[in-house]
Design a binder for this molecule. Structure first.
Ligand SMILES: [Zn+2]
Ligand SMILES: [Zn+2]
Length: 330
């Protein structure tokens, strides 16, 4: 007799039948366990939410939840629901991000949410969790995706800022408001000139209690010269940037590794930096879990499943709705 899988995909999302709860559901449910606050993982309308402590204020800010609706846990803390034990472990993706371990009858399943293996300096670093079944994202699951160390990327970004500064131009960087923006603000030299922060990014930083010393909130009246300006991708193509002319526009994203991604959005300079694991990061993380079965979500699921299968791993695709909403941090 085969037993019911501990986690399975239902119309509302990734479901644990035994516990009666959902993990990062894409439809409103009674009880949702949330890996992180990106919009394809944390959606509004559910009755109650369970997430890491750091994610609690982010859900309030993004979903408008009330304090009684969201319960926070620490990494490693166990929550038993109908005999299934759930615990959250660091995913290293963005502040507060977690992988969720479900344990029942000696079986261990881990849902990765989104993750990266490089320590970004602002999130608690990724921790591989031993399990039988690993549900792994694979946004960048092709060998062509190989990230350079972030120190090199930030050094290059700093040089670009200095160059623009010497020409009297502003340096505008598009970075996702949750994760990428804090990573950037945590690494740049704040004494290198004025650093302006768009209000949407500022709001996320405030919700996180992020150190904003030496930074200025950019408003409609802000004029600047030679400043570094951090904006969310949503402002690209709109009139918000006009007041900052002359400026050079850059984006900080894993997708900058793909030719053509820049041109499409009028981006002059692409810095390849991702909050997702690259191919090597994915394969090393998967190996470290010791999982006998791997289920894949996000991105290149088909070629990556094929590659893992060729390596002798029992891997298959799992159809989900992640990474398809507004493309938050891709
Ligand atoms: Zn994410
Ligand atoms: Zn995702």
């Amino acid at each position: 007799m085969t037993r019911e899988p501990l986690l399975t995909v239902s119309p509302a999302g990734l479901y644990c039948p035994k516990a009666g709860v959902y993990l990062d559901p894409w439809q409103p449910v009674e009880r949702a366990l949330i890996t992180h606050a990106h919009s394809d993982h944390a959606r509004p309308g559910s009755k109650s939410y369970l997430c890491h402590h750091t994610t609690v204020p982010l859900l309030h800010a993004r979903l408008g939840t009330s304090s009684g609706q969201v319960q926070g846990v620490q990494y490693g803390e166990e929550t038993a629901i109908n005999g299934v034990r759930f615990s959250f472990f660091p995913a290293g993706h963005v502040p507060g991000s977690a992988q969720i371990l479900a344990e029942s009858d000696g079986e261990r399943w881990v849902f990765s949410g989104d993750y990266k293996t490089e320590d970004d300096g602002v999130s608690v670093p990724f921790e591989a969790v031993r399990c039988d079944v690993f549900i792994s994202e694979c946004t960048f699951g092709l060998p062509v995706f190989a990230w350079r160390p972030q120190t090199e990327v930030f050094a290059e970004l700093h040089d670009w800022w200095k160059r623009n500064q010497s020409q009297g131009a502003n340096s505008v960087v598009s970075a996702y408001a949750l994760g990428k923006a804090q990573r950037l603000l945590g690494h740049i030299d704040r004494a290198g000139g004025r650093v302006l922060v768009h209000s949407a990014v500022w709001a996320m930083c405030e919700a996180l209690g992020f150190d904003m010393s030496g930074l200025e909130r950019a408003s409609a009246e802000t004029r600047a010269e030679g400043a570094l300006v951090v904006v969310p991708p949503a402002v690209l193509g709109g009139s918000w940037l006009n007041r900052l002319a002359p400026y050079s526009l850059a984006a900080l994203s894993g997708w900058m590794a793909i030719r053509g991604m820049r041109r499409r959005r009028g981006i002059e300079k692409g810095f390849v930096l991702s909050d997702h694991a690259d191919f090597k990061g994915l394969t090393s993380a998967i190996r470290a879990t010791g999982a006998s079965r791997v289920l894949l979500t996000h991105g290149y699921t088909a070629p990556f499943a094929k590659w893992l299968t060729e390596q002798g791993v029992d891997a298959s695709e799992l159809g989900t709705s992640y990474g398809t909403d507004d493309g938050e941090e891709q």
